[in-house]
Design a protein around this ligand. Structure first.
Ligand code: ADP
Ligand code: MG
Length: 265
């Protein structure tokens, strides 16, 4: 079994918005922290939903992902504690939306996050909550990451979007990060009674096989309520269907860390 690096970096990416990236980042992060693993979420979306969803006020966002990308700060410098023990966050603010343009002029513009995250010294898991685009920010995440986790909502165009993302993963692997793996695909917001959703899930499993997580996250109103309370649903309502599913997913995720998943492209 391959030895795990001291810091394991997972990008949570899908260029489509509203598919469950942020929800997956905060709930997976909370579950990992609960099992004793030091975890940091890097909020790479200028909308800052992961920061809000973990209860970080505007005042608590003094040092941010923007500073990490363009400043001299280390990961430890910009990580803020959350209400959950062992779970930290690097918050984002709308400033980050200008980073895309500023970075475009920087030499080494795709390796800024890699430079900061790969030199982190203590064993921990870093989850990068990517924005809904395949721009420079997401490319930075893919260049920095050991693997990518893709939340997928079962809708008509989901698989087209996925193949576009996997194409980008392939390009990043060829150009800047040959170790990048696909950790897996997580079906999110599933409505079990919907025929189209069932068909998309079946197609995803037929095409991608074991890359698709066995656990499916159901659509559950408690999941959508949790962010307004500044808590992941696994804390806000631990017995809800959404929480049970996210816990099952987290344990599947942990067991998968020992496997080196092969590229899906
Ligand atoms: P993304 O980060 O990909 O844009 P989010 O995680 O923010 O997606 O989810 C989009 C919206 O859907 C949010 O309002 C979130 O609370 C809600 N949501 C996410 N997962 C579920 C779920 N399993 N059941 C119900 N609502 C969900
Ligand atoms: Mg998001």
């Amino acid at each position: 079994m391959p030895k795990q690096p001291a810091t394991l970096i997972i990008a949570i990416a899908n260029q489509k918005g509203g598919v469950g990236k942020t929800t997956t980042a905060v709930n997976l992060g909370a579950c990992l922290a609960e099992t004793g693993i030091d975890t940091v979420i890097v909020d790479l979306d200028p909308q800052g939903n992961a920061s809000t969803g973990l209860g970080l006020s505007a005042e608590a966002r003094r040092s941010t992902t923007y500073d990490l990308l363009v400043g001299e700060e280390t990961l430890a410098d910009v990580t803020q504690p959350t209400a959950i023990e062992r779970l930290g966050i690097v918050p984002s603010t709308p400033d980050l939306s200008s980073a895309d343009l500023e970075l475009a002029r920087t030499a080494d513009r795709t390796r800024l996050l890699h430079r900061k995250l790969r030199q982190a010294s203590r064993p921990q898991i870093v989850l990068i909550d990517c924005p809904p685009a395949l721009g420079l920010l997401t490319v930075n995440a893919l260049v920095a990451a050991h693997s990518v986790l893709v939340p997928l909502q079962a809708e008509f165009y989901a698989l087209e979007g996925l193949s576009q993302l996997l194409q980008t993963v392939k390009q990043v692997r060829q150009s800047a990060n040959d170790g990048l793996r696909v950790n897996g695909v997580l079906m999110t917001m599933s409505d079990g009674r919907n025929n189209l959703a069932q068909q998309v899930e079946a197609d995803a499993r037929a095409t991608l096989g074991d890359l698709v997580y066995k656990t499916i996250i159901p659509r559950n109103v408690r999941v959508s309520e949790a962010p307004s309370f500044g808590a992941p649903v696994v804390h806000y309502d631990p017995n809800s269907k959404g929480s049970v599913a996210y816990r099952a997913f987290a344990s599947e995720f942990v067991s998968r860390l020992d496997l080196s998943m092969e590229p899906a492209t």
